[in-house]
Write a protein that binds this ligand. Structure first.
Ligand code: ADP
Ligand code: MG
Length: 406
């Protein structure tokens, strides 16, 4: 999977460069430096850099997003970088206090820089987590999506549209709980207000948002765009690739507008109907027909079946008792249980298996009548290698060649 950049304004690619020389001028940012000690870079945008930092007084770690607002740039809504940063701060304060939304700890402003100090998410982006595991199980996806819908329901209850939901902007804390972050494109709208500007990240853009940017007579868009993005995220989490990706971006955008995606084989073969059904209800072209965050939370994908309390089932109780006793016996015998044998290791490197090693060493002793010297354990293993050494094979072939040519 490839990280994708947001399309508008000052957001951009990030890397893990760690130079300290591009830190803002000491004079300008002295209040920030008096309180925090900046450390390595965690992420980077075109005009912002996120660094781990330590609060000097408490020793607590935070993440500081340092935004360079000196450039005279305007985003698609005609906001300068400074105005856009102030809007981000206002929205972060508005939606503060939810377990799945990033917490803004401190703010510093100067004429050239804005410093946003956030709680630190030690486990980084959901994007990186997904890349490391390739795809998530239904159970893990369920846990993450539930938190995402809960956070989104809260954001939407304040009439805030996020507009840039994607795995890069969903962070993971120490317990792998999510934190919705990067409110750089978020907007506080009145209940009936419609938006028309093009912002977000290509693969996650909703069809009505694309229409709004293309056609004069469009109805604009609203909070529903975030649920479309949730559909794209959920699809991606389950299989490790997005539903609308295409090498040519124009074709991808056309597929989005036509809602053209599929649960392809073999990746989707083993995935049950419940998550597929929820994705179908999220990736609906008509925003009025699309499921809301609170409806998504009531979807049967999230309803866990609980055993009815108080109903006695003699057979089940007996089975459970047997399983409990077996488990206890296994735990007490754990030390004595031999490590499981892998046929592959058995075939290629039998000496790695403890029990076989003992048998091999025993045979060696019987053959040589003495142990191969201590510190030459590798050599002992070499005695039992079942593949000829390359150089020996090479020498052998060479000697054959020499014999035949002489
Ligand atoms: P941008 O608007 O430039 O995309 P973000 O707010 O998304 O800025 O931050 C950029 C990157 O910095 C994130 O994708 C993430 O990798 C890292 N980052 C941001 N905030 C935090 C945080 N609180 N904890 C850890 N990493 C963070
Ligand atoms: Mg971001």
């Amino acid at each position: 999977m490839v990280a994708t950049n947001s399309i508008v304004g000052h957001r951009g690619s990030r890397d893990s460069r760690d130079e300290m020389d591009d830190l803002p001028d000491e004079d300008v940012a002295k209040d920030f430096y008096a309180k925090y000690e900046p450390k390595e870079v965690l992420g980077r945008g075109v005009s912002s850099t996120v660094r781990r930092c330590i609060e000097k007084e408490t020793g607590r770690e935070f993440a500081a997003k340092i935004i360079d607002v000196s450039a005279d740039l305007e985003d698609s809504q005609g906001l300068t970088l400074r105005e856009a940063s102030l809007r981000e701060i206002n929205i972060l304060r508005l939606v503060a206090g939810h377990p799945y939304i990033i917490e803004l700890h401190d703010v510093f402003e100067s004429s050239t820089y804005v410093f946003l100090v956030f709680e630190l998410c030690k486990n980084g982006e959901l994007f990186d987590y997904l890349t490391s595991v390739v795809a998530l199980s239904e159970k893990k996806t369920k846990a993450i999506m539930k938190q995402l819908f809960e956070g989104l329901h809260y954001i939407h209850s304040y009439n805030v549209v996020h507009r840039d939901l994607k795995p890069e902007n969903i962070l993971l804390d120490n317990n792998l709980n999510i934190k919705i972050s990067d409110f750089g494109f978020a907007k506080n709208i009145s209940p009936k207000e419609r938006l028309y500007d093009l912002c977000g990240t290509p693969g996650y853009l909703a069809p009505e948002l694309l229409r709004a940017s293309m056609y004069e007579n469009s109805d604009g868009y609203g909070k529903e765009v975030d649920l479309w993005a949730c559909g794209v995220i959920m699809y991606t989490l389950l299989v490790g690739f997005p539903p609308f990706w295409h090498r040519k971006q124009m074709i991808m955008l056309r597929n989005i507008m036509e809602g053209k995606y599929e649960f392809c084989s073999p990746e989707w073969d083993d995935i049950t109907d419940q998550p597929k059904d929820l994705i179908r209800k999220l990736l609906v072209i008509d925003p009025n027909e699309r499921i809301t965050a609170s409806e998504a939370l009531r979807h049967h994908f999230f309803q866990t079946v609980r055993a009815r309390v108080g109903e006695f089932n003699a057979r089940k109780t007996f089975q459970l008792a047997i399983m409990a006793v077996r488990a206890m016996i296994r735990i007490t015998r754990l030390k004595l249980t031999p490590e499981p044998l892998s046929i592959e290791i058995l075939r290629t490197n039998p000496y790695r298996i403890k029990t076989l090693r003992k048998a091999i060493d025993g045979c060696a002793f019987r053959v040589y009548h003495h142990w191969v010297k201590r510190g030459e354990v590798q050599n002992r293993a070499a005695l039992f290698e079942n593949r000829p050494k390359v150089e020996v094979k090479y020498l052998y072939q060479q000697s054959i060649v020499n014999i035949t040519t002489t």
